[in-house]
Design a protein around this ligand. Structure first.
Ligand code: NAD
Length: 301
């Protein structure tokens, strides 16, 4: 008879649209195994299931009934899920967006590991760059999380730029309500904002496979500017590549992806994930050559 203890079973899922290529199941399941868990992570693709935001209460109900320990939530459900939860962490409430729902003891508690994941990635990749003026291009869900992380980490000022002025203003207002109106502003003048900045983040889809281009023209990059991208399909976006060529420090989008998963794993399981191990696995999955969180200069490429 085997003396091996059965591994605790943990069932998790991701609710979102167009999530077929997500690396999250592989990352979570591998880290679960390392931690002695029989962890199963399922994609609950809204398109395949034929569900929309109005079906979220049913999805949550069934996740509870089926014994799920938690759900990650992505586009277009991050805002819609908030009012359905028993409790929401203060930071997720500030952002009005939840990407991690922990189902425990009959309660559904929402968290946002997008911002904390970006903050962790930033600390790992650009540890000396936080107390500066930053420009945030793209004021959607990812951009709001990045702005929150930068201000939380001590950036003196964040200028928010978006092709849609209303979205830039709404994002700036939300961040100002939490961090103070003197520390964040919306602007349409990207060149002027960049001229006085020490760093810029792309939080638009530009640079993704199927979305060629860069939200920041290469000629606006200047000495001393750090460049960060949230796009990670591919890791080497046009912007990251132009920044390396210019000799700027870079933080590619893989770091945020890795650390938001690490944060979610810890909330779901109560166990500490090994961020370095998850990053190595992420790089294996993406086939990338550069570290996801490091910021090598042009000479390293
Ligand atoms: P979103 O659609 O909510 O927001 C994108 C914003 O960019 C919109 O407000 C849009 O108006 C703006 N925009 C588009 N083109 C622009 C341009 N040229 N100049 C200025 N603004 C422009 O999308 P989102 O959910 O915030 O995601 C944005 C990107 O971030 C996606 O590529 C997504 O895959 C990526 N993402 C990465 C991570 C990660 O872990 N690395 C996490 C979340 C999202």
């Amino acid at each position: 008879m085997s003396t091996e203890q059965p591994q605790p079973v943990v069932q998790l899922g991701l609710v979102g649209q167009g999530i077929g290529a997500s690396l999250t199941p592989a990352m979570q399941e591998r880290e679960g195994r390392w931690n002695g868990l029989d962890l199963h992570y399922r994609l609950l693709d809204a398109d395949e299931l034929g569900v929309g935001p109005a079906d979220l209460p049913q999805l949550l109900l069934w996740a509870r009934r089926l014994g799920y320990a938690g759900l990650n939530v992505t586009h277009p459900f991050k805002q819609a899920v908030v009012p359905l939860l028993d409790e929401v962490s203060a930071d997720a409430a500030d952002l009005g967006a939840v990407n991690t729902v922990v189902l425990r003891d009959g309660r559904a508690v929402g968290h946002n590991t997008d911002w904390s994941g970006y903050a962790r990635a930033f600390r790992a990749g650009l540890p000396d760059a936080v107390h500066d003026r930053a420009v945030l291009v793209g004021a959607g869900g990812a951009g709001s999380a990045v702005g929150y992380a930068l201000l939380h980490a001590g950036s003196e000022h964040v200028a928010v730029v978006d092709a849609d002025r209303g979205r830039a203003a709404a994002c700036a207002d939300r961040l100002a309500a939490r961090f103070g109106a003197d520390r964040v502003s919306a602007t349409t003048d990207l060149p002027a904002a960049l001229a006085g900045a020490s760093g810029v983040v792309n939080a638009t889809p530009l640079g993704m496979h199927g979305h060629p281009g860069a939200s920041v023209p290469a000629e606006l990059l200047h000495d001393g500017l750090w460049i960060s991208d949230v796009v990670y399909f591919p890791l080497e976006t046009e912007l990251v590549s132009a920044a390396r060529t210019r000799g700027c420090r870079v933080l590619p989008g893989g770091g945020m992806a890795v650390h938001q998963a690490v944060g979610a794993f810890e909330l779901f399981t109560g166990l500490a994930a090994d961020a370095h191990r998850v990053e190595q696995h992420f790089l294996e999955l993406t086939g990338a050559r550069r570290p996801a969180t490091a910021a090598p200069a042009a000479s390293a490429s």
